[in-house]
Design a protein around this ligand. Structure first.
Ligand code: 0A1
Ligand code: ZN
Length: 881
């Protein structure tokens, strides 16, 4: 039940819980329509709390209280207070057993939080505050308990009964029912609680840990889908191996389970020993999943598995510390991805996403620090800032102190905090102590929001053979933070000579040169770095590997950028130089279009792309990244007043000019980079497909009958989902008759495969063809569409609002009105998903006055609804503030 007047929660108000719960025994009885939960909690006063009151306040929402007892004595209704949020008990003893019985209807739970029903059974989602929808509890992560759980359900309908930890007993009971008892040996916060009662198929494997323990690995999937579970099991074993060899961390349980569910709000959840995953990050077969799907499954499986140490063994003291586990675990899954695939390509993709999504968040109404200091609805703070910027912050520590010291810091962190609920500051202190460095100034990355701007200017003095780099940093004001103090920014740099070689780097005052790649400590608002013994004018390669999450401005000429594209020894910066140049060209073209002029594309850029194609065989995946122009959403962020139409026109113009100029080379690449033999999602094969399909997309921009015929042929010939989708996406953007034929064939073939049907909706929702809104509106009525399934809602509505900018930002406001209506419709079912969609309006103030008028009206139309959730209200209030 929504609190009608929610007060913001503040970090500065944190106080330890007055009561702790050491042990939880749950007895869960499933009998449609009820789940009845009998809880026995061992409660005691917290010696670490200053609160001397004797009132125990438990959280509980959407549950009906049936009885309460203390130490076996049933309480009369006058002895407790219960409302829509809490159960209050006055004058409780210092230590006692609290028993409650509650019931609720999981079949009516459309929020997908707590315990909810899907077509295959019942599943939990407790992070952040879903456990309170299962039983009354002190629902906060610094209350850690050991759990013993008994589940009872109909045996035929719910043959699998699972919970965290180890199965200790099971049996049959009256009425064709059965039961199972699970014990988790590790104390845990209740957000890591999980249980499942469902009909599922099982794929099993095993893993011998480096200390010789044999662990049972299980992947549970919907009946009939075991043939799509193999890659997940494989990924799990790889992740286990990686965490042992890179961080010395091994599995602490006898069994590790992954359960896939089709109705899930997020990607996956790291519940202790019983991870619950969105099917999107489990199911894959060459003909149903793309290379990107496989890659994301690999990363997400690793992410959840890594949480077993970074999140579960050491957890968060409170939800403001969310990045303690999320930033660190994303950093770990990024490193895993870099080791398993191509480091440069992984970095490019991660940075692209950070800049497209997190930088926009940091510049908008929902801007918050990596460690937020206030929230109304915690579910609104599972954000790119907490996750992805949080990972960058961990990465910067890694860069500053180095790999070996970082590993010592991790060891010290576990030595100090295993079994505890701690803060981001505890993590930083472990790193500081292990590396013997002072990260006082660095801590500002946790408390200051906004993306710093780092402006660099280079000056070469040929007579003195000196190169002076002047670095200025600033950070724009953000919500609630008008002024910022300078950050400690690790800036990796190199100097590239005219022949393309890296120069030796010696800073003034140093006895000798120290390598060709170094990390400068930028700490002041303005700082100068003087390199000596610089024999000729260099081109500076700045922020190599994207060593800090900042906006970099430099006075590079176009020629400097093409030089870096060709020679920079840092692969990320070779790509980045092309991206900077492409951005510059498109934005200049946008200005020209706005002024009624014909935009120009410098020959040097066209030549540079030509060289990318000629050299593509060296690293096809990298070449594919170099061919992908900056996203429209990213380009919009670079303008004072974004012009989505001109951006779209200009970006396509660049693609068309390149396609025309290099038609033969693209056709050659398309033929040459085919991948013979059985499908494998490995980096090499995926890279070849990426390049080949990038070439196809360029050719299809010509949208002539030759290109369409080639693409349609490819669509029909394709044997894996990567190539199928690449062709279908091109056709969905084309005006030819092949479009409808391919879309029709695709649906017919895949209508029973939910994740593939999602792709079918997405490819249409993101089509740039005129009339997109009408088509999306028609798809809302398609029999396969439902708002109740988050993946489906994302595939149509989020795809439209986030990945079809030219139509979402339609000048007549129709895109905004449509999305606002859908936010309201979704909110009645699932507030978390609705508020995610509402965030599509975050950047409305970036657009012209007419669009702003439409967006404001759309936001107001959401706000005036009376039954709005706290989730949506917080987002809309902040957008309109
Ligand atoms: N902790 C999970 C993500 C997650 C967060 C919230 C959820 O429900 C509101 C569900 C999952 C992770 O980082 O993987
Ligand atoms: Zn996570």
């Amino acid at each position: 039940m929504r609190d009608p007047n929610p007060q913001p929660v503040l970090l500065k108000d944190y106080a330890p819980p007055p009561y702790l719960i050491d042990r939880v025994e749950l007895d869960v009885d499933v009998r449609e329509p009820w789940a009845t939960v009998h809880a026995r909690l061992a409660v005691r006063r917290n010696p670490g709390s200053k609160d001397t009151g004797r009132t125990l306040v438990l959280d509980g929402e959407h549950i009906e209280l049936l009885s309460v007892a203390i130490d076996g004595r049933a309480l009369a209704a006058s002895e407790y207070k219960v409302d829509a949020q809490n159960l209050r008990l006055e004058s409780v003893p210092d230590a006692f057993t609290l028993e409650t019985r509650v019931r609720f209807d999981p079949w009516k739970n459309t929020r997908l939080e707590g315990f909810y029903a899907t077509k295959d059974g019942l599943f939990t989602q407790c992070e952040a505050q879903g456990f309170r929808c299962i039983t009354y509890f002190v629902d906060r992560p610094d209350v850690m308990a050991k759990y013993l759980v008994t589940l009872h359900a109909d045996k035929e309908r719910f043959p699998r009964l699972l919970a965290n930890g180890n199965l200790v007993a099971s049996g049959d009971e009256e009425g064709a029912r059965h039961w199972a008892r699970w014990e988790d040996p590790f104390p845990k916060p209740c957000y890591l609680y999980a249980m499942v009662a469902a009909k599922l198929d099982l794929l099993e494997g095993s893993f011998t840990t480096r200390s010789g323990k044999n662990a049972l690995l299980q992947v549970y999937v919907e009946p009939g889908k075991v043939d799509q579970a193999g890659f997940t099991l494989h990924a799990l074993k790889k992740a286990m191996q990686w965490d042992e060899s890179v961080f010395g961390l091994e599995l602490d349980l006898d069994r590790f389970m992954i359960v896939a569910v089709g109705d899930f709000n997020m990607g996956a959840m790291e519940n202790k020993g019983l991870n619950i995953f969105n099917t999107k990050y489990v199911l894959a077969r060459p003909d149903t999943a793309t290379d990107m799907d496989y890659y994301l499954i690999d990363r997400v499986v690793a992410h959840e598995y890594f949480h077993n140490w970074t999140g579960n063994r050491v957890t968060c003291r409170d939800w403001f510390q969310l990045s303690l586990k999320e930033g660190l675990t994303v950093f770990r899954d990024q490193e895993y991805g870099a080791d398993e695939y191509s480091r440069a390509v992984a970095r490019i993709q991660d940075v692209r996403k950070l800049r497209e999504v997190q930088f926009a968040e940091d510049a908008g109404p929902m801007a918050h620090p990596v460690r937020p200091d206030t929230y109304v609805e915690i579910n609104n703070f599972y954000t790119p800032t907490v996750y992805d910027k949080g990972a960058e912050v961990v990465r910067m520590i890694h860069t500053i102190i180095g790999k070996a010291a970082f590993r010592r810091g991790m060891d010290l962190y576990f030595e100090r905090h295993d079994g505890q609920a701690v803060t981001c500051d505890d993590f930083v202190r472990a790193m500081e102590d292990a590396a013997k460095v002072d990260l006082t100034q660095f801590r500002r990355w946790y408390s200051q929001s906004g993306t710093p701007v780092v402006a660099c200017r280079g000056e070469y003095d040929a007579t003195a053979q000196k190169y002076t780099l002047t670095v200025k940093q600033s950070c724009p004001p953000t919500a609630g933070q008008p002024e910022k103090l300078p950050f400690h920014i690790p800036m990796a740099v190199g100097l590239v000579a005219a022949d393309g070689a890296d120069m030796a780097l010696r800073l003034e005052g140093e006895p000798r040169a120290q390598g060709t790649n170094r990390v400068l400590d930028v700490r002041e608002a303005e700082q100068r770095f003087v390199f000596v013994d610089v024999p000729s004018m260099p081109v500076p390669s700045l922020l190599r590997g994207f060593s800090a999450p900042v906006v970099l401005r430099s006075d590079w000429s176009d020629a400097d950028l093409t030089h870096l594209m060709a020679y920079d020894s840092d692969a990320f910066n070779r790509w980045e130089a092309g991206d900077v140049l492409a951005t510059r060209i498109i934005l200049a073209g946008v200005k020209a279009i706005q002024a009624g002029n014909v935009p120009e594309i410098p020959a040097a850029y066209i030549d540079a792309i030509g060289r990318v194609l000629v050299n593509a065989a060296r690293d096809p995946a990298f070449a594919a990244e170099c061919l992908a122009l900056p996203a429209e959403s990213f380009l919009a962020e670079q303008m004072d007043v974004a012009d989505p139409d001109a951006i779209h026109v200009m970006r396509k113009r660049v693609i068309r000019i390149l396609a025309t100029r290099y038609r033969t080379r693209f056709e050659g690449a398309f033929r040459h980079f085919s991948v013979p033999g059985a499908y494998s999602p490995d980096a090499g094969a995926a890279g070849r497909r990426a390049l080949r399909n990038a070439a196809l997309a360029y050719l299809m921009e010509l949208d002539d009958s030759t290109a369409r015929a080639l693409t349609f042929l490819e669509y029909r010939r394709a044997e894996n989902m990567t190539d199928t989708m690449a062709a279908l996406q091109c056709l969905a953007n084309s005006s030819g008759a092949e479009r409808e034929r391919a879309l029709g064939m695709f649906f017919e073939k895949w209508k029973d495969e939910a994740l593939v049907v999602d792709k079918w909706f997405r490819v249409q929702a993101t089509s740039e063809l005129a009339g997109a809104i009408d088509r999306v509106q028609a798809l809302l009525k398609h029999p396969a569409f439902t708002l109740a399934n988050p993946n489906r809602a994302r595939s149509l509505l989020f795809a439209f609002a986030r990945a079809n900018p030219v139509h979402f930002h339609a000048a007549d406001g129709s895109g905004y009105r449509f999305v606002a209506e859908q936010v309201v419709a979704l909110d009645a079912l699932n507030p978390q998903i609705a508020s995610g969609l509402a965030r599509s309006f975050d950047r409305w103030k970036k657009y012209d006055a007419a669009r702003q008028g439409h967006a404001r009206a759309a936001l107001e139309s959401i706000r005036t609804r009376d039954a709005l959730s706290n989730d949506v209200r917080e987002v809309v209030d902040r957008a309109l503030a």
